[in-house]
Design a protein around this ligand. Structure first.
Ligand code: NAI
Length: 478
């Protein structure tokens, strides 16, 4: 078996944590119970690109229990939990004789390593090809699409000097793969579909569908209610503050914290900061979300206005250049700057490095102090978490198992849907039907001691819904 992880010796620790996580992931365990015998994913060859954490380990083993073969990479250079990766590779074997799933992921990859790992999940042994993608942020999908685009033209373009570093890396990975004989059109043709985990990846899919460049059908898992209204909100409410504490241990109570973006992620972040006693300021571009923030009791203003007073910054927009380098240079001394949105371009890290006289002092892994105007009366610094990448996964361990059980149960259902009913999904982007969304929620009620009220027949008639649901029209927003 080919794989690359940090240390197989961590497998036993990983296995113990996987065992504990299984108890906290009732949705995934119910999938194993329900589909373990019928194995609807037999024949599925899933290329997975999603943070290689303990929770993802339970997802991977669920996909395998349903009959799938899997290869896995992380979707962020810092988000792998090395013990989880090791346990998945070892499986039922030993570190000397691993018997599990090929994983290509370790905490602290370089960009070159990251894209190499992404290519490995699409490079199946013996010339076989993946037939499903499970993506988070869309990088595996992007690699296939770029591969096809460049193979068609016959040649991968040379990166320009102004191209972002990441594009330069992607181009060199593609160039090497095409030179080694990889036919990306064949790779794309073999793929029945992709299930996408997050807001940013979903944006990319809709853009491609609109431009008619999408090559295979996609299920938008993010917009299952039991994903975005839970993982993005309650997950970030938990793991954002965890990242902040593990990185800095600064007292949050009494501080001024800025959350950029008041979507699902921003709402969770703001709530946890307020819970710690911070005075929270929101920045927004959308009047509806700005009004929501105001009515939730937050001050809503611009980043410029917050600069003189804010101690902590978290970007949660999925947009780019939300905090500029110039703004970072004008922040309070030792302000903490972090991003929880999917990509590292929300904070202008490239611009920061170019400020004259700026210096980076590494404090510990994924925590850097950046100093400005050293040696002058105005010498000051800021603290940047995870080099501007997802801080809840870089500085902490991401979302807890219970909330990920909701997200990942949607992922499993979406994989089954696309793999077994391929002909019902022409190329396009779909969401799972509401009855499945409600089913995912139902699987998580018992564990929390929730007792549901049942509609009487007459009440159901009055509302015009079936007694057993779905209870809401598709346009309902929760
Ligand atoms: P969303 O679309 O619900 O919210 C983003 C909000 O940011 C919107 O309300 C938008 O109006 C606002 N916004 C956009 N540009 C802005 C700007 N320049 N200044 C201020 N506000 C701006 O998206 P969601 O679901 O909250 O996701 C946000 C990001 O977080 C995405 O990149 C998503 O992929 C990522 N994400 C990260 C997770 C994690 O664990 N770190 C979990 C879930 C999502």
């Amino acid at each position: 078996m080919d794989f690359r992880v940090a240390d197989l010796g961590l497998a036993e620790f990983g296995r113990k944590e996987i065992r504990l996580a299984e108890h906290e992931m009732p949705g995934l365990m119910a999938m194993r119970e329900q589909y373990g015998d019928s194995k609807p994913l037999s024949g599925a060859k899933i290329a997975g690109s999603l943070h290689m954490t303990i929770q993802t380990a339970v997802l991977i083993e669920t996909l395998v229990a349903l009959g799938a073969e899997v290869r896995w990479a992380s979707c962020n250079i810092f988000s792998t939990q090395d013990h989880a990766a090791a346990a998945i590779v070892v499986g039922d074997g030993t570190p000397e004789d691993p018997q599990g799933v090929p994983v290509f992921a370790w905490k602290g990859e370089t960009l070159e390593e990251y894209w190499w790992c992404t290519e490995q999940i699409l490079a199946w042994p013996n010339g076989e090809l993946a037939n499903m993608i499970l993506d988070d942020g869309g990088d595996a999908t992007l690699l296939v699409h770029k591969g096809v685009e460049y193979s068609k033209g016959g040649e991968v373009p040379e990166p320009g000097p102004d191209d972002p570093e990441e594009l330069q890396v992607i181009l060199s990975v593609l160039k090497a793969s095409i030179a080694a004989g990889r036919n990306w059109t064949e790779v794309a043709n073999a793929i029945k579909g992709v299930t996408e985990e997050t807001t940013t990846g979903v944006h990319r899919l809709y853009d491609m569908a609109k431009a008619e460049s999408l090559l295979f059908p996609a299920i938008n898992v993010n917009d299952s209610v039991t994903k975005s209204k839970f993982d993005n909100k309650y997950g970030c409410r938990h793991s954002m503050i965890d990242g902040l504490n593990r990185a800095t241990d600064v007292l949050i109570g009494g501080k001024v914290a800025v959350v950029c973006g008041y979507g699902d992620v921003g709402k969770g972040c703001a709530e946890s900061l307020r819970g710690q006693g911070a005075r929270v300021i929101i920045t927004e571009v959308d009047p509806i979300c700005a009004l929501q923030a105001a009515m939730d009791g937050y001050q809503v203003t611009t980043l410029e206005e917050a600069l003189p007073i804010a101690d902590i910054y978290v970007t949660a927009t999925g947009c780019f250049n939300v905090i500029t380098a110039d703004q970072m240079s004008r922040m309070k001394h030792q302000a903490i700057v972090s991003n929880i949105g999917h990509f590292d371009n929300e904070i202008d890290m490239a611009g920061l490095a170019k400020i004259p006289g700026v210096e980076r002092i590494n404090i510990k892994p994924q925590v850097d102090e950046w100093t400005f105007e050293a040696g002058t009366d105005n010498a000051h610094s800021i603290i940047v978490l995870s080099e501007g990448r997802l801080m809840n996964l870089g500085n902490a361990t991401g979302h807890p198992s219970f909330v990920m059980s909701n997200s990942f149960t949607n992922q499993v259902l979406a994989q089954i849907e696309l793999f077994t009913k391929t002909e019902q999904y022409p190329v396009g982007v779909y969401v799972l039907p509401k009855h499945l969304d409600e089913a995912v929620a139902r699987l998580h009620l018992d564990a929390l001691g929730v007792k549901l009220t049942t509609l009487t027949d007459k009440q159901a008639d009055y509302l015009g819904v079936p007694v057993e649901g779905p209870f809401k029209p598709d346009h309902y927003r929760y």
